[in-house]
Design a protein. Structure first.
Length: 216
């Protein structure tokens, strides 16, 4: 009979949850910073930069995250670069997150009426001034709900990092299920943990979207 009790399972899963949350935060913040840089390149006036970013987003959106994790971990290893599962997972998730955020934010920028651009240009504003004072403040309000909503996908995406050996909630659940022979209990708790992490984010996104629509 297994010597691992119910509270031992809970304790181990809570510890693994901390790594899931940490990886999610790093991925979302890192992806947000990279996504913002790519956004300016995507909506800028240099066509070659636009094409580069477009190819980047199509590649990362059009290929499975699982494959990207494999390439980040095993691919770099084949090149003689030793990386830890945590570092490989962080890099892959940051690149993946940025590819989606840049398109979400680009859609919000392009949703601003063309008249706003024309009016600001008629006032003699430069492109940077237009973006800073007119376009981005309005796009920011539009982008908050979908951005918060996408954070749920980032949290769920961390579950795939177990395939490269990173011990987050899903990996810890697999180890505990094999050790205790209680898969229903263990994976039930894993599901509850993901629900506790994701539901508040989903609820916040819906509330922000309703508030934004009401403001309009």
């Amino acid at each position: 009979m297994s010597q691992i009790g119910f509270w031992d399972i809970v304790t181990n899963l809570i510890f693994a949850t901390g790594w899931t949350v940490l990886l999610s935060i790093i991925s979302f913040i890192g992806g947000g910073i990279l996504g913002l840089i790519l956004l300016f390149a995507r909506i800028g006036k240099r066509r070659w930069l636009q094409r580069v970013v477009k190819v980047y987003t199509e590649v990362f959106q059009g290929t499975p995250l699982l494959m990207q994790l494999f390439l980040a971990f095993f691919g770099l290893g084949l090149m003689g670069i030793n990386v830890s599962p945590f570092l490989a997972a962080s890099v892959a998730l940051i690149l993946w997150t940025a590819a989606f955020l840049v398109e979400i934010w680009r859609g919000c920028v392009t949703a601003i009426p063309k008249g706003q651009w024309e009016a600001s240009a008629s006032l003699g504003m430069t492109y940077i001034e237009q973006m800073r004072h007119i376009i981005l403040p309005q796009a920011l309000k539009l982008s908050v709900p979908p951005t918060v909503g996408f954070s749920v996908q980032v949290v769920k995406g961390t579950a795939l990092t177990s395939i490269i050996g990173f011990v987050e909630v899903t990996k810890a659940g697999t180890v505990l299920a094999n050790a205790t022979f209680q898969p229903f209990t263990v994976y039930g708790l894993v599901a509850l943990i993901y629900f506790a992490l994701c539901y508040p984010l989903s609820l916040s996104a819906r509330k922000l979207e309703r508030k934004l629509n009401a403001a309009h």
